[in-house]
Write a protein that binds this ligand. Structure first.
Ligand code: F6R
Length: 600
């Protein structure tokens, strides 16, 4: 969600900024812009080029109106305050045009500050909360001596979440960065310094990176970085060498990131199986928090934890949990599930749980992310970088991490016998191969998508663990193909939603849970009787029975019930993908969505 790139000391700042923004475009955006320090000495000025729309639009603007310089800041904006227009695009400047600001996050007291500043004579050109920051810094620059002091004073009066980068004509050899609840990484290059909201933007320039912490302010020049902590004391933030390769974050021979990431799922599972488990004793009670797909994974986690380890748990949508007033979590482990590790609601829910007496652990993919740092123990997902907005390998590695933790805690608290545990090891060993098998049938998904290119509505139904798969399948469908897809616990159809079923409805019935398949078959009959077309997803061993009921049957390899969510989601991801491609949708960057949801 929004991308920030800044550079000091580049031969061609514009190229570095646009290239960096390109690497961040997976986060989702609807406008882009750069500000560059141009000219010398008395002639120095900040040149801004910004536009609503894509980075290609920004590039053509820049080729029509080129600008050169060694220092600059850039931004891809995902609209929160005001429509995606040229004017609302970042960077924003003060009235004098001597300073420029880019910002990720939300300034929550923007309205009050805007009114105050307007009363003091500051004129606003945009509807953004960011422009408030530009005017505040400008105001304090008028009162104080330097950009550092002015920025600090600004941070003292704004509330909310932010990653900010500021440049100022009178301090032409540096940029300032500040963060609170929104990620910001500093890259240490040879004679150049960089700032970005995520690591992939910096990898073409350097592997030496320094991660800012909440409340930090950093001054970045070509030769050094100075960091002040939240109390304005100079502090040392240890730099890290990033080991993973840029190729891991590139498409390779795939046409889209989502296609690549779906294909990588079996390898990601194998990697996670070979990795150590987080060290944490078996908890007596767990509350899961997550959003979207991570919430669906948590639903599976709750079931697995109960079955395999006898541990009771609740699942809460993070955005709901963070405002739950009556919650007491003494003696509970809060397990936050997040691919990005930066989802604002999940981070806030984890903090809320800690305040309510819970201990905190997390299942996270992105190293050094805010949620990983907030948790006392972290189970890494080992999925590798996930760029496509719709999660695929993130989801399956979350499921696998939850399965492994449930088994480990079941073994530790005696719920699983040693021989059960050995048997499970054998089952998990087979998983990557089973996933490869379930991933293989692209052509079939393509054929099915072609035949059902625009159903009026798509229902996903299932029971038990299949209900979580139905929810995740429907989410994939709606977010990338924009079809009207909804998921229901199959037994709920008759309590309302079945009123929508007519002959133009498509029902995807997930029937992988051995105890529940016969029950879901009854629901298949109910929708068939009302004219719906039914695609059933089942194990090979149930194929014959399902053939007699559904219009089309896709089979999955036989595996224990607890493993089936990892297999059943694979054809549903592929089906959503092929449908989206046929419908001409932008699969990697669906409209209105962002990869890393760092606002509330
Ligand atoms: C759906 C999807 C989202 C994320 C959600 C949480 O395909 O990707 O629903 O699952 O925004 O993101 P993380 O896991 O990064 O916290």
């Amino acid at each position: 969600m929004c991308g920030i790139m800044g550079v000091v000391g580049a031969d061609d700042a514009v190229r570095v900024l646009v290239d960096g923004l390109q690497h961040l475009s997976y986060r989702g955006y609807d406008a882009a812009g750069v500000a560059v320090m141009a000219g010398r000495d008395g002639q120095r000025r900040i040149e801004i080029r910004k536009t609503a729309g894509t980075l290609d639009k920004l590039k053509s603007l820049l080729s029509g109106q080129p600008v050169n310089g060694r220092i600059g800041i850039g931004h891809t904006r995902w609209a929160t305050h005001g429509a995606p227009t040229d004017c609302n695009a970042h960077p924003h400047t003060d009235k004098s045009g001597k300073l420029a600001v880019v910002h990720n996050g939300i300034i929550e007291n923007e309205r009050v500050l805007r009114q105050k500043l307007a009363a003091e004579g500051f004129e606003f050109r945009s509807q953004t909360d960011t422009e408030v920051v530009a005017h505040l810094v400008s105001k304090y620059l008028g009162e104080t001596c330097d950009l550092h002091c002015a920025l600090r004073k600004t941070l003292d009066v704004i509330s909310g979440a932010y990653a900010l980068v500021v440049m100022y004509i009178d301090e032409p050899d540096r940029i300032y960065a500040a963060r609170k609840d929104s990620p910001l990484v500093i890259g240490l290059g040879q004679g150049a310094g960089y700032v970005a909201s995520d690591i992939p933007a910096l990898l073409p320039h350097t592997r030496e990176m320094l991660l800012l912490e909440d409340g930090d302010v950093a001054r970045v020049t070509g030769d050094e970085v100075i960091v002040w902590d939240r109390n304005d004391n100079i502090t040392v933030r240890q730099s890290k060498t990033i080991m993973w390769d840029q190729e891991a974050a590139d498409k390779g021979e795939h046409t889209t990131f989502m296609d690549k990431e779906m294909d990588e799922q079996a390898d990601a599972a194998a990697r996670l199986l070979a990795a150590p488990l987080m060290r944490h004793e078996a908890p007596s009670r767990v509350v899961f928090v997550g959003c979207g797909s991570a919430y669906h994974a948590s639903m599976v986690g709750r079931e697995l934890l109960g079955r395999l380890a006898g541990i009771p748990s609740d699942v809460m949508i993070a955005s709901e949990m963070r405002y739950e007033p009556e919650l007491s979590l003494e003696g509970t482990l809060c397990l936050a599930v997040s691919q990005s590790g930066e989802t604002a609601d999940t981070l806030a829910a984890l903090r809320q749980a800690k305040r309510r007496g819970a201990s905190a652990a997390a299942i996270v993919n992105a190293q050094d992310s805010s949620i990983a740092r907030e948790a006392e123990a972290v189970q890494w997902m080992h999925a590798g970088p996930e760029i496509a907005v719709a999660t695929t390998k993130g989801y399956t590695t979350q499921l696998l991490a939850l399965l492994r933790l449930s088994l480990e805690w079941g073994r530790a608290n005696g719920r699983l016998s040693a021989s059960d545990a050995r048997e499970w090891e054998g089952e998990l060993g087979k998983l990557p191969e089973l996933m490869r098998g379930a991933l293989a049938d692209r052509e079939r998904a393509e054929r099915f998508a072609t035949a059902h290119i625009a159903p009026r509505l798509v229902f996903f139904i299932g029971r038990g663990l299949d209900y979580a798969t139905a929810l995740e399948g429907a989410l994939k469908f709606k977010e990338i193909s924009y079809l009207n897809a909804e998921a229901y616990a199959a037994g709920e159809l008759k309590h309302g939603p079945i009123a929508l079923i007519e002959s133009d409805a498509l029902v995807v019935a997930v029937c992988t849970q051995s105890r529940l398949t016969a029950k879901t078959v009854s629901n298949i009959r109910e929708v068939k009787a009302r004219g719906a077309r039914v695609l059933a997803l089942c194990r090979e061993s149930d194929e014959a029975g399902l053939r007699a009921e559904a219009d089309e049957v896709w089979t999955l390899p036989d595996a224990p019930d607890e493993v089936m969510p990892l297999l059943a989601i694979l054809p549903l991801q592929r089906l959503a993908y092929e449908t989206a491609i046929l419908r001409g949708c932008s699969v990697d960057k669906p409209r209105n969505l962002a990869k890393s949801v760092t606002v509330e």
